[in-house]
Design a protein around this ligand. Sequence first.
Ligand code: AHR
Length: 631
Amino acid sequence: MDKAKTAFLVTVLIVPALSGQTPAALKVDLNRPKTPVSPTLYGLMTEEINYSYDGGLYAELIRNRTFRSDWSGILNWFLLEKGAASAKVSVDTREGPSAALPSSAKLEVTRADANSPAGLLNEGYWGIAVRPNARYTGSLFARTDAGSSLLMKIALVGDESGQVLASAAVTLGGAAWKEYKFQMQSGNVAASSENHLEMTIDRPATLWLQLVSLFPPTYHDRPHGNRIDIMQKLAAMHPSFLRFPGGNYLEGGRIDTRFDWKKMIGPLVDRPTHPTTWSYHSTDGMGLLEYLDWCEDLRMEPVLAVYAGYSLGGLVVKPGPDLDPYVQDALDEIEYVAGATGTKWGDVRARDGHAAPFKLRYVEVGNEDNFDRARTYDGRYAQFFKAIKAKYPNLQVIATMPVKGVTPDVVDDHYYNREQRMFELARHYDNADRNGPKIFVGEWATREGTPTPNLGAALGDAAFLTGLERNSDLVVMAAYAPLFVNVDPGGMQWSTDLIGYNALTSYGSPAYYAQVMFGSCLGEQTMESDLPGAGDKFFYSVTASKGAKLCMKLVNAASTTQPVTITLNGLGAGTHAAQLDTLKANTIWATNTITNPSRIVPVRSTLALKGERLEHVMPPYSIQVLEVNLK
Ligand code: AHR
C-alpha cells in the first residue's frame, strides 16, 4: 500500500474515533424524588454449573472424595507403587461406611516397606493449591484387615519437584469403619497449584477407604467452608440476597436427579452425592445448610427455589395428588430454613449445627417452567402457592413465568442477550404495568466474551442495570447468571460467566467490576431527571438518599467521548465532596483473564463539586458511578 493511501485510511478510521458526541445536558432535581428503590435490588444467583462449588467456591481440595469410577478406573485417583512396592485398587461395592455411601476404594498392598510405600494419589481439581504457612484440615473413613496400628502417611506433594509441602500421619486400626481426622501445615513454600495428594502405607495390608477430604483455611473458618478469595469477591458486590439452588440444577435432568435437599443435609457421610444437570457429579457438600451459611456470611437473605415437579428432560409431575409429596417436601424445606426449634425440621437444622432460624421472605416455585411442554405450570404453581400461603402467609411466592388461576406475588424474568439487545432492554420496564406482580430478574447477562464477559458485555450489563434501577419500584430483585466458572479445560459448560478461577486464584471480569460499582452506591429513591441531547448509546440512572448521598450511574457505550453538563438542582451553592469510579477500555473486546486479572478495573478519583453544575466528559466505552455526599 502506498503512503498516500495509508494516510487517507488513517484519517478515515481514526479521526472519527477521536471526535466526541454532541454535548448532553443531564438535569437532576434533588427536591423531587420519584419512585422508591428496592433495597434488595442487587443480589446473587447460584447453582452447580461450571464447577461452581466442587472445584470452585466449596473449598474441598480432593476431587472425587467418594471414589466413583467408570470403565477407566476410579476417577481422579491413581495407584502409587514406589520402589519395589506392589498393590492394586478397586471399588468394593459391598463395603462402605454408611447407607448413603455403600461402596469404597479397596486398596490391596501385597508388597511394601519403608523404602517402597504403596497407596493412592489424588489429582485435585486441576491441581491442589498449596500456599505458604497454611493449615490443611483433613478426614477420611477407613477400615482395615491389618489388625492394629497401620500407619498411613498423607502428603501434599509438588508435581514437578516431588517435594513434600505438607504432611500428616494417621494410625488406622480395626475391621470396623471409623472416621480419622488429621491436620497438616505447609512451610514457607511458594504458592502453586501444581501439586497432588499422596496417601501411602509401608507394609502389606488391605484397607478400605471412603470420603477422603482435605480443606484449606476457609472464609470465616467454617469447617467444610468456602474459598476465601471467591467469597471476598462476592462481598465486594454488596449482594442483598442469594437465589439458590438453581437454575437447571434445581430441576435435574430427571426427577430423581433434582436438588433433593433432604439428601444434602447433615454429616457428609450421609449424603449420597448425585449427577447434576451440567454433565458432572456433585459431592453435595454444598447442601441446604451450607447455602444458608453462605447467606449468613455475606449478610444476604435467602431466596429459596423449591423443586416444583418439572425436570429438564421433560418429565412432569401432574398437579393434584401426584404432586402432593413434592409440595410437602417444599413445606418441610421451608421449615428447615425458617422454622423455630421445636418444629420437626427446625430441630433437624439445630442438630445440623444452626439452632437459630433463618429469615426467609421469598420462595420461588421451580425454574423456567415455560419449558414445560405439557403446560402444567398453572396447576403446579397454584398447588404450591396455596399450600405455602396456608402455612406461611407472609412469604412472597415467586412464579417462574406468568400464570393463570392465582396471582403470584412476584414473577421471575430471565434475559440472556448480546450487547445491542441489552441496550434495548434498558428501557423494557419503563412503561410496564405497575398493578400486577412485582418482577424478579432472576437471571440476566450480556453474553459476549468467554469464559468471562468482556468490556462490551459490561457496557450492555451496565446499560440494562440503569433500566432496572429506574424501575426498581417494580423490579424488586435482580441477579446475574451464571456467577462462576472454573477456567481450566473442561471446567465450563456455559460460556460468559461473571467470575473466573482455577485452583489457586480467581479474577473478576469487567462485568463483575461494573456490578461492584453499581452495588457500591444505591439511593433509596429515584430522582426526577431528564437528559436531552445524548446519543442512543448513553444510559444513566440517578438515585439518592435524602441528606446522605446521590448515586449517579453513567454509561457511554459509544466509541467516542460524551460531554455531559450535569446540573444538580437543589444541591446548593456550597462545596460537596464526590467520588467518581470509572471502568473503561479501548475496545469492546478488551477483557480480564486468569493470567491478566487486572487489565480492566475501576479507577477512583475524588472531586469537590462547587455549586450545582458540573462540566463532565465521559471517555469512550466507559461506565462511571458518581457518588456525591449530600450531608
Ligand atoms: O444460567 C444458566 C442456565 O440458564 C440456568 O440454569 C437456567 O435457569 C437458564 O436457562
